[in-house]
Design a protein. Structure first.
Ligand code: FAD
Ligand code: DHB
Length: 388
């Protein structure tokens, strides 16, 4: 088998890269080690920056997104006694959309399978070879158990945090890693309940942070800060709803409840690996970096990476010019560090640590964002996404 770009991983990064390349006449093959059902059901991010919506729309992926996605002009910041709306269009002229990562992935998979480049699910034993040459290859076993070799011009490692690509980059480069593990986790639920809010609520509370999000007019997505050692079995539905009601409490307002259809505990970390390239192997998305979810940046960063990478690969493979490919890692990492700082800042402002001094600093920062246009604009510009 031969292709121009061998893509490992059918998350949003790999699928979108394949689509953007196809639109520019470059062929690719996407290899995914999970099943289609698994990939399409994995509940993850829910907020799309304006940039991400624009990229998906230009890639012909905007039809259902514009029909079913919810356009939001802001978020609420809450601390005891106060719920304050930040109006993004007023602050920075941009907005965000609620449209689940599951839906983005379903749209991309459907387009790929309807005449797009090959997308192979359920592969195993993926191994990347010869990335320092101009003809790298990927060995893998296909869904039928047959050993295959995919000869490529370039390999894209879009295989997420646990995929094999990052280690291959590390072996051949003076790889640098930066990591922070936070002493908090998020307990996330999906519930068949009409959201009791028109926009997301980021709430600081002495018991811990809570986030009110949604997936549709009838489905709520909610998160509670918990200790990373907590076990999901110890959180009954009643205990979760009580925790949420306490943390979002506001006079004259009530949370709406319903059947919980999914619940899980997510660890929180920041992680950056550089460079994002070794020879003909390029990393994009969670394969190279992880942010804590508080700024809603993970999926949006993955999209920003593949926009840059697709431009670099078009230039490399069609124009035979390596300038954008050579600049890719540094250009992507500048945005990655901005999002890493913003996500760390949001996380630090909103999660209680148990230290009363930290709590006073956090409340002071929240009051500042809710009273100073300059401070609010800084949050708004980062949250809605800096222009590419
Ligand atoms: P992924 O989506 O991880 O895709 C990588 C793909 O590669 C996967 O399909 C994987 O199965 C495949 N793969 C891995 N190894 C191999 C292999 N050996 N061979 C072939 N394929 C392989 N971000 C937010 O902004 N907000 C959120 O609320 C949020 N919640 C999250 C919850 C969870 C549990 C997780 C893990 C992440 C969450 N994120 C969130 C982050 C966001 O979902 C990611 O940033 C986003 O998925 C990155 O996309 P990606 O394509 O780079 O990686
Ligand atoms: C969602 C997740 C986030 O991390 C966030 O900051 C906002 C919304 C969500 O899953 O809806």
């Amino acid at each position: 088998m031969r292709t121009q770009v061998g893509i490992i991983g059918a998350g949003p990064a790999g699928l979108l890269l394949s689509r953007l390349l196809a639109l520019r006449g470059i062929d690719s093959v996407v290899l995914e080690n999970r099943s289609r059902e698994y990939v399409e059901a994995r509940i993850r991010a829910g907020i799309l920056e304006q940039n991400t919506v624009d990229v998906l729309t230009e890639a012909g992926m905007g039809e259902r997104l514009h029909r079913e996605g919810l356009e939001h002009r802001g978020v609420y910041l809450q601390y005891p006694g106060v719920r304050h709306q930040l109006d993004f269009p007023e602050l920075c002229g941009r907005r965000v959309w609620v449209y689940g990562q599951t839906e983005v992935v379903k749209d991309l998979v459907a387009a790929q399978l309807a005449g797009g480049p090959p997308l192979l699910f359920d592969v195993s034993d993926v191994a990347i070879e010869d990335v320092d040459s101009d003809s790298p290859r990927i060995r893998f076993t296909d869904a039928d158990g047959t050993a295959q070799v995919l000869e490529c011009d370039v390999v894209a490692g879009t295989d997420g945090f646990h995929g094999p690509s990052r280690a291959v980059v590390a072996e051949g480069t003076g790889q640098q890693l930066w990591e922070r593990t936070y002493p908090y986790a998020w307990l996330g639920i999906l519930a068949d309940a009409a959201p009791a809010t028109d926009e997301l609520i980021y709430a600081w509370h002495p018991d811990g942070f809570a986030l009110y999000s949604m997936r549709s007019p009838s489905v709520s997505r909610l998160y509670l800060q918990v200790d990373p050692s907590e076990r999901i079995e110890d959180w009954s539905d009643d205990r979760i709803w009580e925790g949420l009601a306490t943390r979002f409490a506001l006079d004259g307002w009530e949370i709406s409840t319903g059947a919980i259809t999914e619940k899980s505990i997510l660890p929180m970390r920041s992680f950056v690996s550089a460079p994002m390239r070794r020879g003909r192997l390029f990393l994009a998305g969670d394969a190279a970096h992880i942010v804590p979810p508080t700024g809603a940046k993970g999926l949006n960063l993955a999209v920003a990476d593949v926009v840059l990478l697709s431009r670099a690969l078009v230039r490399l493979l069609q124009d035979k010019e390596s300038d954008l490919a050579d600049a890719y890692s540094d250009t992507a990492l500048a945005r990655v560090w901005r999002a890493t700082h913003f996500s760390w800042w949001m996380t630090s402002m909103l999660h209680t640590t148990g230290d009363p001094f930290d709590a006073q600093l956090q409340l002071s920062q929240l009051r500042r964002v809710c009273s100073s246009e300059a401070a609010a604009r800084e949050l708004a510009e980062n949250y809605t996404g800096l222009p590419f």
